[in-house]
Design a protein around this ligand. Structure first.
Ligand code: CA2
Length: 147
């Protein structure tokens, strides 16, 4: 039984630009709006909520390390690090709580290089292709598994 009550949302590189380009793929909502939905879902289920967006692989890894034994669940949209970062995959593998990989788009339906996730083998599950709604859905997926 976990004693921590925090859900941590991590957003990777370029997601700070959400809502400014490629609306046909990523929608017109801003990252702040997506994060707000996730926070609302966490708090209404009785959890605390933390968020970090970073364009830097090492900063995301440090945040995952700092979450160990402190945070109940991590929801992460790793951005393009999804397809390249064995370092983030190793950090997530060392986190024992619930882990959800989150994508706005459905990378499996896009370019060939997006079809492989090095993160997928180390997470509890993945939510992809539901745009902004995925942020709320991902948090709701964790709250059912914490404990
Ligand atoms: O679909 C997703 O959420 C992605 O993680 C988004 C990444 C992409 O590399 C992944 O394959 C799938 C890209 C994030 C960049 O997002 C922007 C959105 C609007 C404007 C500029 C960047």
């Amino acid at each position: 039984m976990t004693t921590t009550t925090i859900i941590l949302l991590l957003n990777g590189p370029n997601l700070n630009l959400l809502g400014t380009r490629e609306p046909e793929i990523y929608g017109t909502d801003t990252l702040a709006e997506c994060v707000g939905d996730a926070e609302e879902a966490a708090r209404s289920a009785g959890f605390e909520f933390e968020h970090l967006q970073s364009n830097h692989e090492g900063e995301l890894i440090d945040a995952i390390h700092a979450a160990r034994d402190r945070v109940a669940a991590i929801v992460m949209n790793p951005g393009a690090f999804t397809h390249t970062s064995y370092a983030i995959a190793d950090a997530l593998a060392a986190f024992d709580g619930v882990k959800v990989e989150l994508h706005l788009s459905n990378p499996s339906a896009r370019e060939a290089w997006r079809r492989n996730s090095v993160i997928a083998p180390v997470v509890t599950g993945t939510i992809a292709g539901f745009g902004r709604a995925g942020y709320r859905l991902a948090v709701e997926a964790t709250t059912g598994r914490i404990g």
